[in-house]
Design a protein around this ligand. Structure first.
Ligand SMILES: NC(=O)c1ccc[n+]([C@@H]2O[C@H](COP(=O)([O-])OP(=O)(O)OC[C@H]3O[C@@H](n4cnc5c(N)ncnc54)[C@H](OP(=O)(O)O)[C@@H]3O)[C@@H](O)[C@H]2O)c1
Length: 365
């Protein structure tokens, strides 16, 4: 008999999430039936989509939605061998039983030395979002200029790097000077701190006086209202996210898009990465190849957020780049928690952002 620990949404978020919005519960899992397998979560991801999706799809008392890398610990399903790793969409649980539907085995070409947490980041859903958003929605071409916001994030950092690899000029912006320095390291041609520039309008003009062919929009709101005026004629805008609005209780009002859309003959398209579920393997293969090949040349970097031990410990705090933050701050940003092992490889990687935890890990052991 295995006891699973699960995090339940006790109360829908109002504004920013709080620890009291969650409850840790224990569930006894039954024995496996034929065709089933038992899995143990090794990495859990916390992503911005959880804000709008929890509001739309969850009721209070449900297990929190989320994706994990999980190890198969027992199997009565011949398609899944014990010891293999999969990406699952089973929410915040330490253990769970599956009939195999919806599980994605890590590609067989995944090197042992590559952190499996990347299957939730650069080589996972955020990387695929960047890949399909750039190639299918923006239809980026070599020689073009690409603008991306929330550029140091899980999606934005891959957008910038793929656009560079694809022969584009890349402009990114982020909310701190450290992140801007990180973008420069990633190879962005221009990067600025949108919180400290005196005028966003001027900063966008200075970074690309001729304007932008592609705008990969992760933020929405005021930023996008300014950026749309900097598009070139026939520019393409991929509306990926609207993180500036996810915590609003009162909807924002903004300038309307029609005039620049008409006069510049723009194309603006919203998308959800699951549209390309049938091409997931292709995208993941391409991302894995880039990570392995390009990284060897010392060009590509990825952001890895680490948490040794309990991902969601009540009252725990995390130290990020010297700044102490509560774990629930990270519901606003992409975090990969590593509850169990294999931390040293990632800690040894240069140029990744890390955080170390200061909270009690005993609840997971
Ligand atoms: N359409 C899809 O299928 C799809 C898939 C994945 C993600 N997304 C969306 O893509 C966006 C980025 O996701 P991600 O996983 O890359 O996120 P992430 O790694 O968690 O990065 C999020 C970053 O957004 C910035 N941000 C937060 N609040 C903001 C605000 N009020 N105004 C401006 N910037 C803000 C912060 O960076 P700074 O410090 O730089 O401000 C934050 O670190 C999100 O909107 C997410 O919902 C969409």
């Amino acid at each position: 008999m295995v006891t699973a620990k699960v995090w339940v949404l006790k109360k829908h978020f109002e504004g920013f999430p709080k620890p009291s919005d969650f409850d840790l519960k224990k569930i006894e899992l039954p024995s496996l039936q034929n065709g089933e397998l038992l899995l143990e979560s090794v990495f859990l991801s916390v992503d911005p989509y959880m804000r709008p999706y929890s509001q739309r799809d969850m009721k209070e008392g449900d297990i929190m939605i989320g994706t994990q890398v999980a190890r198969i610990v027992e199997s009565k399903n011949p398609a899944f061998a014990v010891g293999a790793f999969v990406v699952a969409n089973s929410g915040w649980r330490s253990h769970f039983i599956s009939d195999g539907k919806g599980l994605h085995l890590l590609p067989s070409s995944w090197p042992e030395s590559l952190p499996k947490s990347l299957a939730l980041g650069t080589v996972g859903m955020p990387g695929l979002t960047a890949y399909f958003g750039l190639f299918e929605v923006c239809k980026m071409k070599p020689g073009e200029t690409v603008l991306v916001n929330a550029a140091a994030g899980a999606v934005g950092s891959v957008v910038g790097q793929l656009a560079k690899i694809g022969g584009c000029k890349v402009v990114g912006c982020a909310g701190s000077d450290d992140k801007v320095a990180y973008l420069k390291k990633l190879g962005f041609d221009e990067a600025f701190n949108y919180k400290t520039v005196t005028s966003l309008d001027e900063a966008l003009s200075k970074a690309s006086p001729d304007g932008y062919d592609c705008f990969f929009d992760n933020v929405g709101g005021e930023f996008s209202s300014v950026a749309i005026n900097h598009m070139k004629k026939h520019g393409r805008i991929a509306v990926c996210g609207a993180i500036s609005q996810y915590n609003d209780s009162v909807p924002q009002k903004g300038p309307y898009v029609q005039i620049p859309m008409i006069f510049k003959e723009l194309r603006m398209e919203g998308f959800i990465v699951t549209r390309w579920n049938n091409r997931r393997e292709e995208g993941q293969k391409a991302l894995l190849k880039w990570v392995l090949e390009v990284r060897r040349e010392g060009v590509i970097f990825f952001t890895v957020y680490l948490h040794h031990g309990l991902p969601l410990c009540k009252g725990g705090s995390l130290v990020v780049a010297g700044e102490v933050r509560s774990w629930y701050d990270f519901l606003l940003s992409d975090v990969i928690f590593e509850p169990f092992e294999d931390t040293q490889t990632i800690l040894n990687m240069p140029d990744a952002f890390h955080f170390t935890e200061t909270c009690d890990t005993s609840l997971w052991s």
